[in-house]
Design a protein around this ligand. Structure first.
Ligand SMILES: [Zn+2]
Length: 132
């Protein structure tokens, strides 16, 4: 995309990156920036759902807001309605997994459990594939 105005580009939130070892916001840095290509499952104006690039479960879909939101308990500058739109996408994606496989899990990590500091829901089915 060619920008002709002089307004600043959005700041990429690469909080700390040591030669690929640690990316604290995979979603802004890799997915939303387009650095990592993803297979989209469902998309709205403000929300993206896609197949996890390194799935932990046989079915593993990640649902994220397209703008930076720190976590479920720290919504940051999220506008009114964003959480409802996000949960609506989670609801539909989980419903599709449940309908196809007969079961689904929905989870979001917080605090020390949250590796990537960008709100994301995991929608998954099946046994975990690897240890954390
Ligand atoms: Zn982010």
């Amino acid at each position: 995309m060619v920008r002709t105005d002089r307004s600043p580009l959005p700041t990429r939130r690469r909080l700390f990156l040591h030669y690929g070892a640690v990316v604290s916001d995979f979603y802004c840095d890799e997915v939303l920036s387009g650095e990592t290509q993803v297979e989209v499952v469902r998309e709205t104006a403000a929300v993206l759902a896609y197949h996890h690039t390194r799935p932990f479960w046989p079915v593993h879909i990640v649902v994220i807001p397209k703008q930076h939101v720190p976590s479920l308990t720290d919504l940051g500058d999220a506008p009114a309605g964003l959480l409802a739109e996000l949960l609506d996408v989670v609801r539909h994606v989980a419903g599709d997994v449940e309908a196809e496989h007969g079961a689904a899990r929905v989870l979001t990590n917080l605090g020390e459990y949250q590796d990537s500091k960008h709100l994301h829901f995991h929608v998954n089915f099946g046994p975990a594939r690897r240890g954390s």
